[in-house]
Write a protein that binds this ligand. Structure first.
Ligand code: MD6
Ligand code: FE
Length: 202
């Protein structure tokens, strides 16, 4: 089915892409991942604890510590990342590719007062593949900037079930989450926001 798409600075935003049943299904799959590969709080290379909690699934996962940002085949606790569940791959198949699966699905959990500073997604080897992001739970204010830090930005609230495709001219643009509208959604019992990002890494 064709869904309405908003294009802001090259970021393609699909509002309300996932209905509430699919959101519940995805959430169950995410809980399975977090059981196998628990959420952890990454530390930036300069030693600051990030406020967001993370885990991953797929062949690789994103990790960060004193040794820098990178993709790793293992969770910081040494276990392999669990495979990406089929239900999570469905939107990728529909919007990005039916032939090539993503190498990773990164899971971010935002609790009360969590945000994510403006950053570029550039730890992947091949920028011709877009990043697909899925938002679940409480709404997050997504800010989109430019290929260099600074300049004008535009923001949009990402609500539960919204998708963002960051490819083409937007692939290397700065973006971040300014704040969470805590308890704006009923999806997560204990509130908070989950953001999934799927990427081709190698
Ligand atoms: C977030 N997302 O929405 C943070 N990255 O929680 C990202 O950093 C992001 O939404 C690449 C593409 C889309 C995104
Ligand atoms: Fe990002």
């Amino acid at each position: 089915m064709k869904k309405a798409k908003v294009n802001i600075k090259g970021f393609e935003i699909y509002k309300g892409y996932l209905d509430s049943n699919s959101q519940v299904e995805l959430l169950a799959a995410i809980r399975g991942i977090a059981k196998a590969a628990p959420l952890f709080s990454p530390v930036t290379p300069s030693g600051k604890k990030m406020s967001v909690q993370m885990t991953s699934s797929g062949q690789y996962g994103w990790v960060s510590d004193r040794n820098g940002y990178r993709y790793s085949p293992c969770h910081p606790n040494g276990v392999q990342w669990p495979p990406i569940p089929k239900v999570l791959l469905q939107p990728w198949k529909e919007l990005i590719s039916a032939e090539r699966e993503p190498d990773t699905c990164l899971i971010n959990y935002y609790g009360l007062a969590t945000k994510m500073g403006m950053h570029q997604d550039k730890d992947e080897k091949d920028f011709t593949w877009p990043v697909l992001s899925i938002s679940l739970g409480d709404s997050g204010l997504f800010r989109m900037g430019n290929e260099n830090r600074g300049g004008s930005t535009q923001s949009i609230w990402l609500d539960s079930g919204d998708l963002v495709v960051m490819g083409g001219e937007a692939r290397l643009k700065f973006h971040g989450i300014d704040r969470i509208r805590f308890q704006s959604s009923q999806l997560l019992k204990n509130a908070g926001r989950i953001n999934l990002t799927m990427r081709v890494v190698k």
